[in-house]
Ligand binder design. Structure first.
Ligand code: SAM
Length: 244
């Protein structure tokens, strides 16, 4: 990992381009950044996209790794200057990687369709933005169309109900498989036992909440960070549906 990034994780602060000390918060952890870098490294990904810049910790980790593959990174954040003082950009500049980063200061729902219309393609995406179901689903809708085959999308904060719910749906798409998690998918034999009992109740799918009939852990999304891989183009029928 970049020496500059290691130091920010160690000291929990950095000095921006104006010489001000910026204490960090809301960041992706060091171990999770290493997890993102590992995915990029093992797949030799070089065209990455991210939603949620803040102070730029994950952005720096991703930019560093795609640069090793001679690639570049694109980050979207409506509030980089208004809420974060432009300090994410400052961090990348100070790490010497500004020329490898493209930045869109807009909402994801504005930037993503624009990128699609331009015919852009990416092989890696990291979603670390708002935690609401509808926003995450819209992000996924566009990211799927922007993603190359075999590309990977990583969702942070998958323990938030809105993100977990979106993942319950997305993880059942025939064109995706779970790639990996950080930390691991948590499993419990007790909840599994209850679920297998509930499933056999007549009309269970009408009477019992979906997440009790099919557990998050069985969908392999019971982790705080979930990576999914696009293994096919979207071949679903117009009336395709799964309970989630
Ligand atoms: C948890 S922080 C990102 C942390 C960052 N990934 C890191 O590791 O340091 C979430 C970020 O999402 C941004 N954000 C929230 N809603 C957004 C939206 N609808 N479109 C774009 N960015 C958004 C916020 O401004 C904030 O910078």
């Amino acid at each position: 990992m970049n020496r500059h990034l290691e130091k920010v994780f160690e000291t929990k602060e950095f000095i921006n381009e104006n010489g001000e000390i910026i204490p960090i918060h809301s960041e992706t952890s060091k171990d999770q950044c290493a997890f993102l870098q590992q995915i990029i490294k093992e797949n030799k990904f070089s065209k990455s996209i991210e939603i949620g810049f803040a102070y730029g910790l994950s952005t720096l980790a991703i930019t560093e790794e795609v640069t090793n593959n001679n690639g570049s990174h694109l980050v979207i954040d409506k509030f980089q200057n208004s809420s974060w003082g432009g300090n994410g950009l400052s961090l990348i500049e100070k790490a010497g990687l500004r020329d490898r980063l493209e930045f869109y200061e807009s909402y994801c729902y504005e930037a993503l369709p624009k990128l699609l219309a331009e015919g852009r393609k990416f092989d890696f995406a990291y979603v670390d933005t708002t935690k609401q179901f509808d926003w995450i689903l819209v992000d996924f809708f566009y990211l799927d169309k922007l993603l190359e085959l075999n590309g990977v999308i990583v969702f942070d904060d998958a323990f938030y109900p809105g993100i977990r719910k979106a993942l319950r749906y997305i993880s059942q798409f025939p064109s995706y498989k779970i790639y990996s998690h950080y930390p691991q998918n948590r499993e419990s034999s007790f909840t599994k036992k209850i679920a297998s009992y509930l499933r056999h109740i007549p009309k269970a799918n009408h009477l019992i909440k979906d997440n009790l009939i099919q557990l998050d852990e069985e969908l392999s999304i019971n982790a705080s960070c979930v990576a999914i891989q696009k293994i096919d183009n979207d071949i679903r029928n117009w009336d395709w549906h799964v309970d989630f």
